[in-house]
Ligand binder design. Structure first.
Ligand SMILES: Cc1cc2nc3c(=O)[nH]c(=O)nc-3n(C[C@H](O)[C@H](O)[C@H](O)COP(=O)(O)OP(=O)(O)OC[C@H]3O[C@@H](n4cnc5c(N)ncnc54)[C@H](O)[C@@H]3O)c2cc1C
Length: 429
């Protein structure tokens, strides 16, 4: 019997992994609008010290506790990781003097000011994570802080900078759900007292996307931006590209952001725009450059936050402070939403993305996608349909493949299977 055909729109981790999983069972075509696969994953090969050094410009941090499915994939592909502690130093310009704290030393005037609130916040987050009550999804960080008598200085000068390393510099992270923050503190991914426990992929995140893509038996169409998906008189789904090309499929899966999917769908019986078009996103600009980082406060850290005002700042990943990079002559720093001009001749690459917000309302939008899954043969996976982060996006691909007839393969790994079941529940398929 002829295999059914499936189009996967979006070649981030979710779409690429889905294409790999489905390709034995379907005729798969993967459409990606950019010249390369990866989406939020982008690894630049910097030429320095007579070699090509991979540097992650976008997604970089994973760990085996939070990401058991990703680690199962890495094992399968024989890809190594290395420990990459999220040590952080925060520097705030307070009318003329630079105030600081860090999670890797006991130094800094802000550390002294906030240490009691740091302590209390850790205890509170452990409590919330232990109770894991869905009501905490509806409570914002700022409401939680106000009702528990935290100071607004703690909110703006301590918590916002730390959350920046996760949610982006332009994120209004105090408006996000407290539950995500609680889980992160509880798992020691974020901490005021110690560097968070994370790992990075040897060879860069892009190397695993590359290896996965080599296993896809099907067509990978790069530079192919889908503009519209409709149904024709033969009840087939038609895909149109921005260059006018047209394709026909039995099933279509969007592995893009919800907003990008909504721009391609215009059916009279389903309000796709109303259901998918209201998610919030923050802009992220990442610049990989070779400028030495000029501020040195209390030692060396991986991430360095510099406050611009009470709510926003700029974040720099200082790769040379991770051991595989420490002997390099050239600094390979990645600065996010830079507030200072970086010399053009020091810039190796620039990338722009948008990242989903995690407000209580976004949880509600996510739960609505389940009502339209599979209608007209159109499906949705990727980070906007799932739990936050890279594991969430990857697991949404496993759930989608399972739904489309390719059984989930890591059931024997309890942690991986638990993630699968959680995401399956959220996706409602
Ligand atoms: C800068 C940055 C850093 C991050 N760091 C981490 C991290 O360290 N750890 C972590 O867990 N998470 C991190 N994340 C979260 C990240 O969103 C997820 O980890 C995950 O990579 C998202 O994957 P995805 O496949 O769902 O979406 P995306 O990666 O956004 O992929 C969607 C793809 O769809 C394509 N596309 C969109 N519209 C169309 C169209 N019309 N036609 C064809 N193609 C289209 C896009 O070009 C893109 O390639 C980070 C995010 C950002 C932005």
């Amino acid at each position: 019997m002829d295999k059914k055909s499936v189009a996967i729109i979006g070649g981030g981790c979710s779409g690429t992994i889905l294409a790999w999983l489905l390709s034995p069972a379907y005729n798969v075509t993967l459409f990606e609008k950019e010249p390369q696969l990866g989406g939020h994953v982008f690894t630049y090969k910097a030429h320095t010290d007579n070699k090509n050094v991979p540097v992650d410009v976008g997604v970089d941090h994973i760990n085996e506790k939070l990401c058991p499915n990703i680690f199962m994939i890495l094992d399968k592909l024989h890809i190594d990781t290395f420990v990459a502690p999220l040590s952080m130093s925060v520097l705030i310009n307070q009318t003329g003097h630079l105030a600081s704290w860090s999670n890797a030393s006991n130094l800094g005037d802000l550390r002294e000011k906030f240490v009691v609130e740091f302590d209390k916040f850790h205890k509170d987050m452990t409590y919330i994570a232990a109770h894991f009550d869905p009501k905490y999804l509806k409570i914002t960080v700022i409401d939680f802080l106000k009702s528990n008598n935290y100071s607004m200085d703690f909110a703006h000068l301590a918590l916002v900078p730390l959350l920046t390393s996760y949610y982006g510099c332009e994120a209004h992270s105090l408006e996000y759900s407290i539950l995500y923050v609680a889980v992160s503190f509880d798992m020691n991914l974020l901490s005021f007292f110690t560097p968070g426990y994370w790992r990075k992929i040897s060879g860069g995140m892009g190397s695993y996307i590359q290896k996965v893509s080599e296993k896809i038996c099907g067509d990978i169409l790069l530079n192919s931006s889908v503009t519209e998906v409709t149904k024709n008189s033969k009840e087939k789904l038609e895909i149109f590209l921005d260059d006018g090309k047209r394709f026909e499929f039995d099933e279509v899966v969007f592995a893009t952001s919800a907003k990008d999917a909504s721009n391609c769908l215009n059916f009279s019986d389903i309000d796709y725009k109303g259901l998918l078009g209201n998610f919030g996103y923050v802009p992220i600009e990442a610049i990989l450059h070779t400028n030495e980082y000029k501020y040195k406060v209390n030692g060396e850290y991986f991430a360095f936050y510099q406050g611009k005002n009470d709510t926003h700042g700029t974040l720099t990943r200082i790769n040379r402070n991770l051991y595989p990079y420490e002997k390099l002559k050239t600094p390979l720093n990645v600065t996010f939403n830079s507030t200072e001009t970086i010399d053009e001749d020091k810039i190796l690459c620039k990338k722009q993305w948008s990242l989903q917000t995690l407000r209580p309302i976004d949880g509600l939008f996510r739960s609505k996608i389940r009502d339209i899954q599979g209608k007209h043969g159109i499906w949705f996976c990727g980070t906007d349909t799932s739990v936050t982060g890279h594991e969430g996006a990857v697991v949404s691909a496993f759930v989608m493949a399972d739904k489309l007839g390719v059984p989930y393969e890591f059931r024997e790994n309890k942690a991986a299977f638990a993630q699968f079941n959680t995401v399956k529940f959220i996706m409602g398929i």
